[in-house]
Design a protein around this ligand. Sequence first.
Ligand code: BTN
Length: 242
Amino acid sequence: MRIFKFDEIDSTNTFLKNLENKEEFDLAITKKQSAGRGRRGNKWSSEEGAALFSIVLEDKKKLELEEVVKIPLVIGIAVLKGVEEYLNLIQMPELKNQLFFKWTNDLYYGEKKLAGILVEKVDKYFIAGIGINLTNKIDEEFQSKAISLRDVMEKEIDREEFILHVIKYVRYYFGIFLNGKWDEILKEINRKNLLKDREIEIHYCDSKIKGIGSDILSSGVLEVFSQGERRELSIGEVHLKI
Ligand code: BTN
């Protein structure tokens, strides 16, 4: 596995996307990003202390679109499992109960976002970019929505060791997904589904729909009950009503 380490770069996803002669599991790690990117074209605040990294995963099976849409969910649960196991290692297992998977691929601690994932496709490769709030301080304007591990624990965390630990899980889950283990992965996702039985608001194009979140289905969509109807949500931004 080649590791490209930076003190500062525009974005680890952009770096790997533009890298010629990519190799599977190429990993880019940086301390800071000057142009960190989030989903839907959002900017991703990338302060020092956060775990900011991207990995190249090869689409060896030439997946159909209906399989490709599951990749962000697979990476999401892989990151969650990696963080859980890290909490075990550092003897803080009690924090694991607060970790949730928010469809489609965010990691939450309680009601606040702890990590975001951006998966992009270039030729036969997926670039999975992961940003985890580790020891970075969350800007005051985002404190009601985001959280950093340092807000809930006092232990020192070795950023690189943490990233390499999480990457092991990303590689493992991607591998078992390619080997047909989606049903098992989906069970784990649903066990940690933040939106289950929660009041949510779905922002979709220009409209907003209120509903109650339910399970993540085999196709990767979110089941929602809204105005007496069962709906299946494939895209859209979901907000928890707190
Ligand atoms: C989101 O929640 O919108 C996704 C955020 C993904 C951020 C990570 S940080 C490392 C990698 N490089 C980027 O530019 N983005 C991803």
